[in-house]
Design a protein around this ligand. Structure first.
Ligand SMILES: [Zn+2]
Ligand SMILES: [Zn+2]
Length: 349
C-alpha cells in the first residue's frame, strides 16, 4: 500500500510500504480520513526528537474496522466505523494513578511511537484495543468531521480547568483551527461574549462565519489591547485563551484580562525559543489564575467525539480542504498561509 512516510525535516515521502500484519489482540483499520494537525506541520518543518523515522504520521483519523484478532474484549466489531483515543498510557505511573493519563511519563502515541493514519490501513496496538480506545460512530456524520475528535479533545481538556459559564466573557488569541475550536466550546459552555484575535485578516474574516461576537485585529502598536478593554467596560475579559505559538500573544494574554480572570496557555512555543517576556505583576495585582494544558484524557476524547456526533459542533466549517494522500505535502503551505483552516487527507485516494 502507499503511505506518507516521515524521514526527517521537510522529508515526507509517499511510497510503498508493506501491509500491516496483525498480532494477537490487534485490530486492523481501513482509514477513511485523517486531518493534518498543527503538530504534523511542526514535525514537517522542524523535525521531532520523539519520532524515530521512518514513521507514518497522521493521528486525527476516522476509520472502519477491517479485521480483528481481538479475543472479544473490544467494544467494536468488524465493519464498525470508529475513532480512536490515540494516547496509550502506561497505567502505573503517578500521573496515570491520579487520572491524569495525558501527563503519563511512559505513554506512547499513535503516529509518534506507532505508525499513524496517513495510509490506507493502520493497525491498533492490542493494549489500546483491550482498554477501549476505539469508539464506535453511530451517527450519520462524515468521517472528516469525526477526525476532529482528537484536537477537540485537547481543547476540552483545557476547558475542564477553565470552567467557562454564563458569567464569562472570553478572548481567544489565534484564529487557527484550535482557536476556533476554543471559541466554539466557550460558546457551547454558555459564555456571554466570545471574541477572537489574530494578526491575519483572512483568518479573522473566516472566524466571523462562526458563532462569535466579533474579531479583533492584532497589530504591533497594541490597538487590540485598547479595543478589548473598550468591549468589556474598561475591565478586560474574564477568560483569555492563547491558541497560537507566539511569545507576544502570551505576553498579551496577561495584559488583556480583567482582575480575577483565568488565562490558558494552550500552545507551546518553539523548542528553539521557549521563553516569553511576561509582566508577572499582572499575576499579582490582578490575581490571575494561569493554566496550561497538554494532550487529553480519555474522558475528554469521549466528550469530543460525542459532541461532534451530536451535530452541534461546527465541524463542517472547520474542514476547509480535502486532499488525496499523494498531496499531503501541499497541506503544509496551505496551513501556514491561513488559506486553510483544517486540511483533511483521504488516504484511500
Ligand atoms: Zn492533533
Ligand atoms: Zn503512566
Amino acid at each position: 500500500m502507499k503511505a506518507a512516510v516521515y524521514y526527517g525535516k521537510e522529508d515526507i515521502r509517499i511510497e510503498s510500504v508493506s501491509e500491516p500484519e496483525l498480532d494477537p489482540g490487534e485490530v486492523l483499520l481501513e482509514i477513511d480520513s485523517c486531518c493534518v494537525c498543527g503538530t504534523d506541520l511542526r514535525t514537517y518543518r522542524h523535525g521531532d526528537k520523539k519520532i524515530a523515522p521512518p514513521r507514518v504520521l497522521g493521528h486525527e483519523f476516522c476509520a472502519r474496522v477491517l479485521a480483528s484478532r481481538d479475543a472479544g474484549s473490544a467494544s467494536v466489531k468488524v465493519g464498525n466505523r470508529v475513532v480512536m483515543y490515540i494516547v496509550i498510557p502506561c497505567g502505573t505511573c503517578r500521573y496515570c494513578r491520579s487520572g491524569r493519563v495525558n501527563l503519563c511519563t511512559g505513554r506512547t502515541t499513535m503516529s509518534y511511537h506507532h505508525d499513524g493514519a496517513f495510509a490506507p490501513r493502520m493497525k491498533v496496538p492490542a493494549t489500546a484495543v483491550e482498554r477501549g480506545h476505539l469508539f464506535p460512530i453511530t451517527a450519520e456524520i462524515p468521517s472528516e468531521y469525526m477526525g476532529l475528535s482528537e484536537p477537540l479533545g485537547c481543547v476540552i481538556n483545557a476547558h475542564g480547568r477553565l470552567g467557562i459559564g454564563l458569567h464569562d466573557t472570553v478572548a481567544v488569541i489565534g484564529a487557527g483551527p484550535i482557536g476556533i475550536m476554543h471559541a466554539a466550546v466557550s460558546r457551547l459552555q454558555g459564555a456571554q461574549k466570545v471574541w477572537v484575535l489574530d494578526r491575519l485578516p483572512r483568518r479573522l474574516e473566516r472566524a466571523r462565519s462562526f458563532d462569535i461576537d466579533g474579531t479583533i485585529p492584532v497589530d504591533a502598536e497594541g490597538t487590540h489591547l485598547a479595543q478589548i478593554q473598550e468591549l468589556t467596560d474598561g475591565l478586560g475579559p474574564s477568560v483569555v485563551i492563547v491558541a497560537c505559538s507566539n511569545a507576544n500573544a502570551q505576553a498579551d494574554a496577561l495584559e488583556i484580562p480583567g482582575k480575577g480572570a483565568r488565562v490558558e496557555f494552550f500552545g507551546g512555543l518553539p523548542k528553539s525559543a521557549p521563553t516569553a517576556c511576561l509582566n508577572t505583576n499582572h499575576l499579582h495585582y490582578k490575581e490571575l489564575t494561569v493554566t496550561g494544558s497538554y494532550s487529553e484524557k480519555m474522558s475528554d476524547f469521549q466528550a469530543a467525539q460525542a459532541l461532534i456526533q451530536s451535530g452541534r459542533f461546527p465541524a463542517d466549517r472547520i474542514i476547509t480542504h480535502t486532499l488525496p494522500l499523494h498531496r499531503l505535502n501541499d497541506a503544509f503551505p496551505l496551513m501556514e498561509s491561513g488559506d486553510a483552516l483544517k486540511v483533511c487527507i483521504r488516504p484511500g485516494t
